[in-house]
Design a protein around this ligand. Sequence first.
Ligand code: AMP
Ligand code: MN
Ligand code: MN
Ligand code: MN
Length: 292
Amino acid sequence: MLNYAFAQNPASVSPSNFDFHCHSVVSDGLLPPAELARRAAGNGVDLWALTDHDDLGGLDEAAAAAAEAGMGFVTGVEISIEWRDVPIHIVGLGFDPGHAGLAGGLEALRAGRVERARRMSDSLAAAGIPGVFEGAMRYAGNPNLISRAHFARYLVEARIAKDVQTVFQYYLTPGKPGYVDHRWATLEDAVGWIRAAGGVAVVAHPGRYRLLSHKDLRAFLAEFKDCGGEAVEVVCGSHSPDHVLHFARLARFYSFHASRGSDFHGPEESYVDLGRLPGLPEDLKPVWRLLA
Ligand code: AMP
Ligand code: MN
Ligand code: MN
Ligand code: MN
């Protein structure tokens, strides 16, 4: 096991450009962990977390490359949950990656993904698009972590739609042929695993849950806090300036710490590059303070 030096005391770094959300080929990103680390450092990131979906397999490589680049590193993961039937993502930061409870929970989530992918493929076949499971698997850098993003890349290759955005719009979102209901982790499970492993739980990109009304989102945040959740992403790649103001207000109201992350997946697929984000509103408590 590597020595996650900065994961023990990132607060001593007092970062000016932290980025706590991105993906490597271990989930649905396009770059290996070490390349992400070098890109982040090159963009001026001084404290960085890799947060692959439901998998910790990239953390050793990421930590080693971050150390080589002289950049602070924090362990990370983005856990898929559902709450009142709505899929939501919870980022975990600064946990012990060797914790058995967390690893076991994530393993079950990955197994569920393979089963879901087969049902997605069956549903697309019934709609006249065969062979998508096999096609999507060719895009999965990690055969145990298949995501809708891999389906989207294959469906673009198969000329079913012109780009990834269009594939999601017509094939991979609720009500469309490639979307199937799925049981993810519960909120209590995800926050519980993260906390048991010594980490901090963060609500990922709260501006993206269009299936939740404002009232539901507030109920969700209250429940998240009751479970031991401590932070929300306020500045992130998919947030508009209005989102930033809105979630800054909610962070103050619930007394959450604030996180910041690009959600970078790859050079051609992301609007925001690693570390290229506005700063947090100055009065908010940055989440890295909880990681000391
Ligand atoms: P999954 O976890 O398998 O449901 O896949 C979700 C992933 O698909 C997200 O993490 C994004 O990488 C990607 N994704 C979701 N919605 C979109 C979208 N509208 N356009 C592009 N990528 C998307
Ligand atoms: Mn993703
Ligand atoms: Mn997400
Ligand atoms: Mn993400």
